[in-house]
Design a binder for this molecule. Structure first.
Ligand code: SF4
Length: 121
C-alpha cells in the first residue's frame, strides 16, 4: 500500500494554511496530484515541514521521519511536495533537488488542486 509523506513550507503549514486541511481534503478526495491513487488503498503517514529557510535541514528531517517511525514499522513509499513550496518558496528548486537526491522513493511535485486563481476577483 502507498504511504504518503507530504513536505511543505514551515512558514505556511498550519499557520497561514490553517490545519493543512487542503492537502488532507485533497488526499481524501484523491484530487490534484493525489488522483494517481484513485481507487487504491493509500494512506497519508505524515505532514513534514521543510525545516525553515533556506531549507538546509530538509534532508535531516527526512531522516528523522525514518527514525521516529521505526518503532511503528512505518515508512513512506512516496513524497509529495506541496504547493506552499512549489508555488511560493524562493528556495523551491533547492528543496526539490535535495529531496529527490536523498529520498530514495518517488517524489511527486504537487498535492491539492485548490489554490485560488486570484484573491479579490
Ligand atoms: S525554505 Fe521555503 S518552504 Fe521552507 S520555510 Fe522558507 S519559504 Fe517556506
Amino acid at each position: 500500500m502507498e504511504k504518503i509523506l507530504i513536505v511543505g513550507c514551515k512558514k505556511a503549514m498550519d499557520d497561514v494554511c490553517i490545519g493543512c486541511s487542503r492537502c488532507l481534503v485533497g488526499f481524501n478526495r484523491r484530487e490534484g496530484a493525489f488522483e494517481r491513487y484513485a481507487g487504491e488503498p493509500a494512506e497519508l503517514m505524515g505532514l513534514l515541514n521543510c525545516g525553515d529557510c533556506p531549507g538546509a535541514t530538509v534532508v535531516t528531517r527526512l531522516a528523522q521521519v525514518k527514525l521516529w517511525n521505526a518503532p511503528l514499522s512505518e515508512l513512506p513509499t512516496a513524497v509529495h511536495v506541496a504547493p506552499c513550496i512549489l508555488d511560493h518558496c524562493p528556495h523551491s528548486q533547492t528543496l526539490l533537488a535535495k529531496i529527490k537526491a536523498k529520498a530514495g522513493i518517488p517524489v511527486v511535485e504537487g498535492t491539492h488542486p485548490y489554490l485560488p486563481a486570484n484573491i479579490f476577483a
